[in-house]
Design a protein around this ligand. Structure first.
Ligand SMILES: Cc1cc2nc3c(=O)[nH]c(=O)nc-3n(C[C@H](O)[C@H](O)[C@H](O)COP(=O)(O)OP(=O)(O)OC[C@H]3O[C@@H](n4cnc5c(N)ncnc54)[C@H](O)[C@@H]3O)c2cc1C
Length: 361
């Protein structure tokens, strides 16, 4: 008799699987139960298995935006490994549907090589496709929400696969409904993006503009922009490189805070002359975005700050790194210290960007 999807799922289950090697920070204890899911049926079977036992559930992608507790996760970790990329053409656009388990940067490279515009500034970001809508991944002047058309999700409230349009995802700066209002309700199975065939690259980020100008590239191609972004990111250890311990991180540990225009003016007055150098950028909803890295350094936590076996990157104060043999407890202590110092100095609260796994079960 053929196995039911529940039986198949149970056969694929492992127990006490170390999570640290699956997290870019390289920190954290084991998953009590663990399974790779390669299709929607296995995904649903995993969800039902966890529900029937009252076991907490966590969906893992590439592990590049998580801090796993030293004791690990006491429930079921489903590693999203749904693969496959389908493309079709619509006028001057290409519509791409990618499995949530596809590696993000491989997809970017694939599109840039074909001269499909829309992902080029998002080069070098680790992780898998399914996580890109969660925090509306963005970098160097581009965001996921600009090209995302829809997502196919498993709705845990109904246990059905449904499509959500970009408008329904409630995207904002480093956020979406998956991160805030409906946190934990949806598991992303596939993502559909729309890119421009032979479109022009986006070169609106000043650091990227400067870099290309220094190279004498006046009319950059998509490939030039990808290379430039990768070069800039490597200088900051924002590309995973096993030889560079500064890249043993979750990338930026804090979201750049945004203030209302009034709050920003008050902060500048409070800082007096120093406020003139306060780096700030306008964001779409009339708010002002500050540089979390600048605030952290001015609050006295410099690059290369050491806290036990963890610290800040020697190349970027915004990244907390596992120097060697670091513990999640130390990461949390350093996070708390940074938040406290920045709040005391500037009255600005910093919100962590990564997801904390196994801390509240
Ligand atoms: C060196 C470095 C540089 C980085 N640079 C950037 C950057 O420039 N910009 C940026 O925005 N981010 C950056 N990041 C953060 C991170 O790479 C992204 O947030 C990435 O999208 C996370 O993908 P992941 O697959 O690793 O997700 P994970 O870390 O595995 O998971 C992150 C969260 O997403 C959830 N999740 C993952 N997959 C799914 C799914 N299929 N369905 C539902 N929930 C899911 C998880 O449950 C978890 O809550 C960087 C990280 C590192 C280490």
């Amino acid at each position: 008799m053929p196995l039911t999807s529940q039986q198949e799922f149970e056969e694929s289950l492992s127990e006490n699987v170390p999570l640290a090697p699956m997290a870019t920070l390289g920190i954290g204890g084991p998953a009590r139960y663990f399974a790779e899911v390669t299709g929607p049926d296995a995904l649903l079977a995993g969800v039902e298995w966890a529900r029937s036992r009252g076991t907490p559930l966590f969906v893992l992608g590439g592990g590049s935006n998580i801090v796993v507790a030293d004791a690990g996760f006491p429930g079921l970790v489903l590693r999203m490994s749904i693969r496959g990329v389908e493309t079709s053409f619509d006028g001057g656009d290409v519509v791409i549907t990618a499995g949530a388990g596809e590696e993000w940067d491989a997809l970017v490279a694939h599109c840039v090589a074909r001269n499909w515009a829309g992902f080029e500034c998002l080069s070098g970001i680790p992780g898998r496709v399914g996580a890109t809508p969660i925090q509306n991944v963005g970098a160097y002047g581009q965001e996921t929400s600009e090209t995302l058309e829809s997502v196919e999700v498993l709705d845990l409230a109904t246990e059905r696969l449904v499509d959500l349009s970009a408008g329904e995802c409630e995207f904002g700066y480093r956020t979406s409904k998956f991160k805030v209002r409906d946190r934990g309700r949806f598991i992303i199975a596939r993502v559909t993006y729309r890119l421009a065939v032979n479109g022009k690259p986006v070169v609106r980020y000043p650091e990227l503009q400067r870099h290309l100008a220094e190279l004498g590239i006046l009319k950059p191609t998509l490939a030039d922009v990808r290379e430039a972004v990768l070069a800039i990111r490597r200088r900051k250890a924002m590309v995973i490189d096993p030889r560079d311990s500064d890249s043993r991180s979750v990338g930026s540990f804090f979201v750049n805070p945004t203030l209302t225009r009034d709050e920003f003016e008050t902060l500048k007055q409070r800082l007096g002359v120093g406020g003139e150098d306060l780096p700030a950028f306008d964001v779409s909803d009339g708010r002002v975005k500050l540089s979390a890295a600048w605030l952290i350094e001015r609050a006295g936590i410099k690059r290369g700050y050491v806290h036990g076996n963890v610290g800040t990157s020697t190349k970027h104060a915004l990244a907390i790194v596992n120097r060697d043999g670091g513990a999640a407890r130390e990461v949390v202590e350093l996070k708390d210290l940074i938040q406290k110092r920045v709040f005391e100095e500037f009255g600005v609260g910093l919100t962590p960007e990564p997801v904390f796994v196994g801390f509240d079960e």
